[in-house]
Design a protein around this ligand. Structure first.
Ligand SMILES: NC(=O)c1ccc[n+]([C@@H]2O[C@H](COP(=O)([O-])OP(=O)(O)OC[C@H]3O[C@@H](n4cnc5c(N)ncnc54)[C@H](O)[C@@H]3O)[C@@H](O)[C@H]2O)c1
Length: 354
């Protein structure tokens, strides 16, 4: 069913779990790509479910730095030769945002499964096109919204039960830290994707209206801090602060709900709940969220290879909806008013394949 299935004869272990490793290439070996490479190598050693086919970076010096850290592997400066590689099942794209669409589209058209770092693309038109292309080729398309695998977020979600916090009234998200002034990119595109995704993961909702104010201080051309308000049809609202000017590194989500409130530190994976029975710290075993994301992607690829039904928790459609929210925030910023968010209706909204 998947274009690469010829290269991977279907084999199952006694437990029924398929044992042919999903062979993955990492495109982009910079800051994030190196973290991804480490996790793939660790998963490969510990489970055998994935193998690292190749590392690609267009910069020879970045490749050399990576080679020194990771050791002898297949290194390339150009991904083109991998498009027709029968031994390659999938790619994890960790290149700059402006390259996501072109690289992802090339691999999808070549029948490869693709995990693209956030944001899926720079425009919603390109993002939904990737979703359509992946559906047409019947390959897995995932977006790097890896907080869906954060045990803190999972625990927080469970507090929205009617017997605990009940319906949320409003949410507050803080995504801040300090980074050097940037020539390219802006704080909305770079930091807000996770906040839109997390809000959807928690509530199952997408905003109806978005308003945004933002500003650059050190570099007037690129926004360095943004305050985004999301309004939902249900009456819920979410206040999002994203900043690369704040020395406090915060990845926080606060819920004010019918029966109390809760605070999640997404970095520490700690949830503190305040309700009628007092203040409670929820016991959580933190997850390795990047590892779980790659594992989930490999499972989706493996199941797709066997034509089994699977549910892709961070699929391309979620990524495309997040890009629609980013666009709405930018539109609000330029029009200086709140804007209605328009999500195109796509056939098969669910993230379940087959
Ligand atoms: N999930 C997260 O929390 C998270 C965190 C950081 C970065 N990211 C994402 O990861 C991506 C990369 O970010 P980064 O901080 O690692 O950037 P980076 O600049 O450190 O690394 C990007 C690398 O891609 C290489 N590259 C550029 N164009 C290429 C091409 N056409 N083919 C092959 N290689 C190419 C560059 O030489 C560079 O080494 C971005 O999309 C970013 O949004 C995600």
């Amino acid at each position: 069913m998947v274009g690469t299935s010829r290269a991977h004869p279907e084999r199952r272990s006694r437990s029924g779990i398929f044992t042919v490793p999903v062979s993955i290439a990492v495109i982009g070996a910079g800051f994030w790509g190196q973290k991804v490479i480490r996790e793939i190598l660790s998963l490969s050693r510990k489970t055998g479910m994935v193998s690292l086919r190749s590392i690609v970076d267009s910069s020879p010096s970045a490749l050399e730095r990576c080679r020194k850290k990771v050791g002898p592997l297949d290194y390339r400066t150009d991904y083109q030769s991998l498009l027709s590689d029968p031994d390659l099942s999938a790619v994890h794209i960790c290149t700059p945002n402006s390259t996501h669409f072109e690289i992802a589209s090339s691999f999808i058209k070549a029948g490869k499964n693709v995990l693209v770092e956030k944001p899926l693309a720079l425009s919603s038109k390109e993002a939904y096109l990737l979703v359509e292309q992946a559906r047409a080729r019947r390959v897995v398309l995932s977006t790097g919204h890896y907080h869906r695998f954060n045990n803190g977020l999972r625990a927080l979600k469970s507090t929205l039960e009617p017997s605990i916090l009940g319906e949320p009234n409003y949410l507050g998200l803080e995504w801040t830290g300090i980074s050097p002034p940037q020539d390219q990119g802006n704080v909305i595109t770079d930091l807000a994707p996770h906040t839109f995704d997390i809000t959807n993961c928690l509530t199952g909702l997408w905003p109806d209206k978005i308003s945004c104010v933002a500003r650059g201080y050190r570099n007037k051309e690129n926004e360095e801090v943004a305050f985004i308000t999301c309004e939902y049809e249900s009456g819920l609202s979410a206040e999002i602060e994203v900043s690369i000017l704040d020395p406090r590194q915060r990845r926080n989500l606060r819920i004010v709900a019918e029966k109390g409130n809760a605070n999640l530190d997404l970095l520490e994976q700690k949830v503190v709940l305040q309700h009628e029975h007092g203040v409670v710290k929820i016991p959580i075993i933190p997850s390795n969220i990047l590892r779980e994301e790659i594992e989930h992607f490999a499972n989706c690829v493996g199941r797709n290879r066997l034509s089994q039904t699977f549910s892709n928790e961070n699929d391309g459609l979620l990524g495309a909806h997040v890009v629609t929210c980013l666009e709405a925030a930018r539109e609000s910023l330029s029009e200086e008013q709140s804007v209605r968010v328009k999500f195109p209706s796509m056939h098969g909204e669910s993230a379940v394949m087959n």
